[in-house]
Design a protein around this ligand. Sequence first.
Ligand SMILES: Nc1nc2c(ncn2[C@@H]2O[C@H](COP(=O)(O)OP(=O)(O)O[C@H]3O[C@H](CO)[C@@H](O)[C@H](O)[C@@H]3O)[C@@H](O)[C@H]2O)c(=O)[nH]1
Ligand SMILES: [Mg+2]
Length: 192
Amino acid sequence: MNSRIKDIREEILSKAWYTLKRYTYQWKTFKGPWQEQSREVYDRGNGAAVLMYNSNTKKVLLIKQFRMPTWVNGNKNGLLLETPAGVLDSNDPEACMKREIEEETGYRVQHITPVFQTYMSPGAVTEILHFFTCDYSKATKVATGGGNEHETEDLFVEEYPFKEIRTMVNEGAIKDAKTLLLLQHGMLNGLI
Ligand SMILES: Nc1nc2c(ncn2[C@@H]2O[C@H](COP(=O)(O)OP(=O)(O)O[C@H]3O[C@H](CO)[C@@H](O)[C@H](O)[C@@H]3O)[C@@H](O)[C@H]2O)c(=O)[nH]1
Ligand SMILES: [Mg+2]
């Protein structure tokens, strides 16, 4: 509860694949007086993302895919290098993450480690992202991966040596926030 907010009204602006709402409310400002504020809020559910590193081969697994929102905002071919990630389809982030790993990468992993959770774009998007790490091995590969064709997902799986990844991070070549967070976490904690 927050006693600084009252008279909240919500209005659906768009309800298609996900939901966009406008919230209008009274906010008690830090200066004292009440003020009416209005904010558009996009609800695409919550998500999960994982740093997949192989401590034997010393490689990190990343996926490349076309991301339309980046293409309309400066990413020339629209392709983005990211950690595996997915939208949660239940209240169990760990189970969802494991399903998503198998769908996107073809690995059926037993253990993943929760590391932190963050709001990804708190001015506009409700999403909390659950972050994990996973030390994977070749032996757990059960399928080719590449995403769910029914959902028109089309992913390309790549592996990068730790050394190359560290250079990419330091030179600003990673353009996706969740991926940068996880790679930096891996570097800070001696995983990669
Ligand atoms: N038809 C249609 N399909 C959509 C739309 N938006 C998403 N999809 C389908 O839904 C799939 C969702 O795939 P996931 O793997 O579950 O999610 P993601 O797009 O990888 O999202 C992850 O990364 C995002 C960006 O960092 C995160 O925001 C998200 O929570 C999650 O972690 C997409 O690949 C696409 O096929 C849409 O507007 N229309
Ligand atoms: Mg995904």
